[in-house]
Design a protein around this ligand. Structure first.
Ligand SMILES: [Zn+2]
Length: 315
């Protein structure tokens, strides 16, 4: 990891890190997380010469409450400095295949456990709370399914009796290229696929899949359904005669699996969706769309608000 990467003040100075987070979360000025008051005349920054208060503390004259930029976010109650949150977010958002909790642990000087919890909170931040259907008229949706599971010998030893792999379905919209990736708990069936497709994709799109029977019925609901023949070396083709292909969604799976193999060794099935969310976020905010690492990190940090965590927060 390049040392120069962390020379920016937001990784060095807690005040700068907090101001950067305030700028990302409150582009129009602070608002009160308790009563949603955003009247700037009724919000005052509490600043004391003696610094007797927590830095970055605001007072709301509407509800007489106090708050900082982390109240009501996934960082609330965390003792990890914001400089390190920025570092972790930056590391997760600058590598296409992601970064391991071990690397966060070593680079940031936090415990492995803290690194692991930090990363899950940042994955929460990357989650789209109100996803709208992708695709539409004149657009194509590529859909495909894959199975993910740790098949190393060591993992097999630990996972005796749990040989079932996690089923994943991904959709990629073309030409704009947004992706949606979903862990299908309990496996994949045609009704499951139908529900996923009609919830996440506009049926005005053209649907491109492989020849799997899973898509045959729901395909009729779309503007058109074209399939390519896969998994067959002789005579198989990856681009059909009408230009249909599932290459983009297969590339998404490839990136996911490479990243998971290289960096996420201890992913239990209960966490698969969180990892998919992370890969989906990076894909949907990729450099090919003109979003650089710093911008991607800022977009992720903007999402820290309003997320609930279903597991016990770490220190
Ligand atoms: Zn208030």
């Amino acid at each position: 990891m390049s040392k120069a990467l962390f020379q920016n003040a937001i990784f060095q100075n807690e005040d700068r890190a907090r101001e950067a987070l305030e700028a990302v979360r409150w582009p129009d000025g602070p608002y009160c997380p308790h009563c949603r008051n955003s009247d700037q005349d009724k919000i005052a920054k509490i600043e004391g010469e003696k610094r007797s208060h927590r830095p970055g503390l605001f007072y709301c004259n509407e509800c007489k409450g106090q708050f900082t930029v982390t109240v009501g976010t996934v960082f609330e109650r965390s003792k990890v400095p914001l400089t390190k949150w920025w570092m972790a977010a930056h590391l997760m958002n600058s590598a296409k295949n992601g970064v391991s909790a071990h690397e966060i642990h070593r680079t940031l000087g936090v415990t492995y456990k803290t690194a692991w919890f930090m990363m899950h909170r940042l994955r929460e931040a990357m989650k789209d709370l109100a996803p709208t259907p992708i695709g539409g008229e004149g657009q194509t949706i590529q859909a495909d399914e894959t199975y993910y599971g740790n098949t190393s010998k060591r993992a097999k030893h630990y996972r005796k009796g749990h040989s079932r792999k996690a089923a994943i379905v991904a959709l990629v919209e073309k030409p704009s290229g947004r992706a949606r990736a979903v862990h299908m708990v309990g496996g994949v069936s045609s009704p499951d696929i139908r529900k996923l497709l009609v919830t996440n994709a506009s049926r005005k799109s053209e649907l491109h899949t492989d020849e799997s029977a899973l898509y045959k019925k729901v395909g009729k609901e779309f503007a058109a359904h074209k399939s390519v023949l896969h998994g067959w070396n002789q005579g198989g083709y990856y681009v059909g005669k009408d230009g249909q292909t599932t290459n983009a969604v297969e590339n998404f799976f490839g990136t996911f699996k490479r990243g998971m193999r290289g960096t996420y060794i201890h992913c239990g099935e209960q966490h698969v969706q969180r990892y998919l969310t992370e890969f989906e976020f990076r894909y949907n905010n990729r450099s090919g769309l003109g979003i650089n690492d710093g911008e991607r990190t800022a977009i992720a940090m903007k999402g820290i608000e309003g997320k609930r965590l279903t597991y016990r927060p770490a220190n």
